[in-house]
Design a protein around this ligand. Sequence first.
Ligand SMILES: Cc1cc2nc3c(=O)[nH]c(=O)nc-3n(C[C@H](O)[C@H](O)[C@H](O)COP(=O)(O)OP(=O)(O)OC[C@H]3O[C@@H](n4cnc5c(N)ncnc54)[C@H](O)[C@@H]3O)c2cc1C
Length: 401
Amino acid sequence: MNADVLVVGGGPAGSSLAVALSRRGVDVLLVDRARFPRPKPCAEYLSPEASRVLDAMGALGRVERSGAAALSGVRVRAPNGLVIAGDFVAQHGFRAYADRGLSVRREVLDEILFDCARASGARVAEGLRITDLVRDSSGRVTGAKQNAGEPIRARFTIGADGLRSIVARRLGLARTTRWPRRLALVTHYTGVGEVGEQGEMHVERDGYVGIADVGHGATTVALVVPAARAREIARDRTAFLEAWMRSRPHLAARFSAAERVSPVVATGPFGSYSRRAWAPGAALVGDAADFFDPFTGEGIYAALRGGELLCDALVEALAARDGGEEALRAYDRARRKEFSGKWIVERVIGAVVGWPPLINRAAKRLSARKDLADLLIGVTGNFVPASEVVRWSYVWKVFVG
Ligand SMILES: Cc1cc2nc3c(=O)[nH]c(=O)nc-3n(C[C@H](O)[C@H](O)[C@H](O)COP(=O)(O)OP(=O)(O)OC[C@H]3O[C@@H](n4cnc5c(N)ncnc54)[C@H](O)[C@@H]3O)c2cc1C
């Protein structure tokens, strides 16, 4: 079971990394505590730029053929009823790898990605839970302990094990964000009325809900509410979700003939980050490294892209004489370069969404200025640089006039 690189977690981050490494000739062992297909609470939307990484992994055709829905853009309904609608194909001059985003159940997506890792030559093990890290006398990570056998030795051990990553916690790198503290309830329905080609976000004073076609006649529903509602949710999460939806007239009508086809799963609070995403002999990628809030729907792209970035660093680290520390430092810099704009946008959107007067004001401007809405949707679609909206002139137009 020993390997040059042990990747803990076979979600989008771990599978992307395993594919990239084994294509570069690296001996990789990818392990997951689950057996695929496995569920993952998610709103299941992939930004148009995610298609580039899926294509590079050899997964795009399979995902499309699986019956994934194609999304042309996103509509955000503010508490005052105004709608901000942005399309991925627009006049701003930026073009994504694909003209559409995709929406596909995680049971389907993650199994395809894990299969791609296997097909690329990575060794894979399902149903294998990592329980701790192994270190040498200098404190360098040299592998991991597992639930079902001898410890696994590796030159590098990677935490791609999602929120509440055991690798991040054992490295002492995991930090929890104090704000926003939100919980999510996720499920699927059939028979929802008026589900179109755009992903939907409905922001209310007490939370928001994402709704999208996920193919095969199913609609994904992801409700996010303040963590202060935890007790009510614990009493009966299904009743909570259904009462929440019924109490919004514009949603209740659309769900009146709908049938719930999967159990309601609760998750959260989710905000976490690591001040740096590496330690001697180890690194973090995907949600294990950082996750803020699901509103912008960028987690899967960040996980896939993070896998590519970490691959470059590990190939250098494996060849280095300094134990790979400089290469892993460079990985941290590459992450910051790639994602820091997104981190700012996520936080600004997180604040606006949590403060109804602000989102109502933004909706007033953005519902009348499609060019500004398209830019914002392009940023969250990962193909318009964040700097296009992280500038005073944009903020001024949205909030002042
Ligand atoms: C409510 C909600 C809605 C979301 N909606 C969207 C959306 O619409 N679009 C989007 O892009 N992102 C969305 N996200 C974020 C997205 O789900 C994540 O960012 C993405 O799944 C991260 O991928 P990952 O590979 O890092 O982690 P994960 O997908 O969580 O995979 C981690 C893997 O590690 C395994 N694992 C964990 N611990 C161990 C262990 N000890 N040993 C072995 N294996 C282990 C798990 O079984 C799992 O398979 C949403 C998140 C939430 C909470």
